[in-house]
Design a protein. Structure first.
Length: 103
């Protein structure tokens, strides 16, 4: 019976067994909500990175500076919420500043 509960579906290793305990049902709900919120933070960072790349490619220096400032703020916000690891955040900020400086 235990092997039946742990069997995985072909959908990328996610379990499809719903918990019976009330607290565990709540944890599943909150984990889902937190996962979506983290996804929003990471997606925003990607979008702002693309905006910065576009501004640099077009040669619009003022827009590139403001996009860079906004990107760094979003990265710091995502890091403080632990949606991004601090080393990942540092790497993304370094890439953004390198892109802005043109080297």
């Amino acid at each position: 019976m235990g092997a039946l509960l742990r069997s995985r579906s072909p959908r990328r290793g996610r379990f499809y067994v719903m918990p019976n305990i009330k607290q565990q049902k709540k944890r599943v709900r909150t984990a889902t909500r937190e996962r979506l919120e983290n996804l929003r933070y990471r997606s925003t960072v990607k979008t702002l990175t693309r905006r910065l790349q576009t501004a640099v490619a077009e040669g619009d220096e003022q827009r590139a500076i403001s996009e860079h400032r906004e990107l760094v703020r979003a990265i710091d916000r995502a890091t403080s919420r632990r949606a991004l690891h601090r080393n990942t955040a540092a790497r993304k900020k370094a890439q953004a500043s390198r892109l802005l400086s043109g080297s």
